[in-house]
Design a protein. Sequence first.
Length: 270
Amino acid sequence: MPVAVIDGQPLHYVDQGRGPVVLLGSSYLWDRAMWAPQIEALSQQYRVIVPELWGHGESGPLPAHTRSLDDLARQALALLDQLQIAQVNLVGLSVGGMWGARLALLAPERVNSLVLMDTYLGAEPEATRQHYFSLFKMIEDAGAIPEPLLDVVAPIFFRPGIDHASALYQDFRKVLQGYPTARLLDSIVPLGRLIFSRADVLEQLSRLDADTTLVLCGEQDTPRPPAESEQMASLIGCGLSLIPDAGHISSRENPDFVNEALLTFLANHA
């Protein structure tokens, strides 16, 4: 994988295909594998860039002084600058959508089109914020994601009825289990706290271009339920599509539907 040094740390990224650039922003706790079906499908017509979050995949630790999602947006812009990419079609899922929308608000001239997937631009509801922070404290204290906690964290990302014996579920669980202590403490936990203590930017969404924005959400997404996507699409004035048979990581649970939705949208906007 190619690497760029951003804020003093190595950021690894996928760079595959040729054509208009599609920048894919990933979910917390997922590396480039969450976009595997989309990389394969989109790179036939587009240049697909997938940066791995700090502490995820092969990327280095969270850089010092990274305090907010605005910093993640600024770091993504720094990557585009290094690659001399003037404009992207940005597709962000979960935290990828959170920093992706901020990037579009910060530098609208750099974003040709925007897809917000399974994400939310409001503040985290207080009850879930406190729940996630309690999980972070347990991980911090243990220096690992303990076995019982794996069975709390892993299901969050999938539709309720997923087969826990499936390769998709088991592979993700093994990734969580395999995080070394240093990575959990220097990147995963601090990044999680940053994400779930984010500021509310819903009032800024009307500044996004409704004609070049699309909201997608898994019909069975538990952490980012469709009602949140409906609220955002209404504030932006853009289209909304619900993804059947999918929870939070809709890109992997219903890749055919997601690929078709993205290819159709990009054909009209890229």
